[in-house]
Design a protein around this ligand. Sequence first.
Ligand SMILES: [Zn+2]
Length: 199
Amino acid sequence: MKSFVRHSEPDFLKQHAARWNRQWTALKTRNPGAQFNWYTYQGQPVNQLLAPTLESQTQQHCSYCDAFPLRKGDNTIDHFRPKGTPRFYKQAYTWKNLYTACGHCQNVKMEKFSEDLLSPDAADYSFERYFVYNYTSHEIEINTTASPDDQHKATVTLRIFQFNHPAQVISRRHSWERWVLKPKNERYLDDFAFRFLLM
Ligand SMILES: [Zn+2]
């Protein structure tokens, strides 16, 4: 997971998020089985309006695992605090709760959440603080020099996102192999997946 700086909230969301959060909360409270469909703004679904901003802040990489490129239909928006969990209904349209995420991260995370889950745009987050990359196994390991609290958060984050799922490990190895084969003056970091292991 690579750190990034969140862009400022789009104006239309600033104006309408509170109302949409209230609407979604009211609907789910009435009918807990209600399916989430993005509300529309000026005829366009909110997720389509938000996608370009969310994707540009990670240079079109997954906010969590840093997969790249995001495949068509894969670039879905994740609610960090799950929109289907009653105490988070009111954050369904909250800017800081929205992240662009790949299919892997969406599928494994689902409605899972922990207050100890690390977020890549937290001011004090960095890969090195919590994790160590193993360039032999291509697994992400816990930084054992970190504080016990940080190690716990790293463990929770590895578990929820399954960053050491075999498909993730193989993809990271491929990215690394492509990177080292590239002449140094032709390496454009943002063209690669899993940038935290290349830096
Ligand atoms: Zn991902």
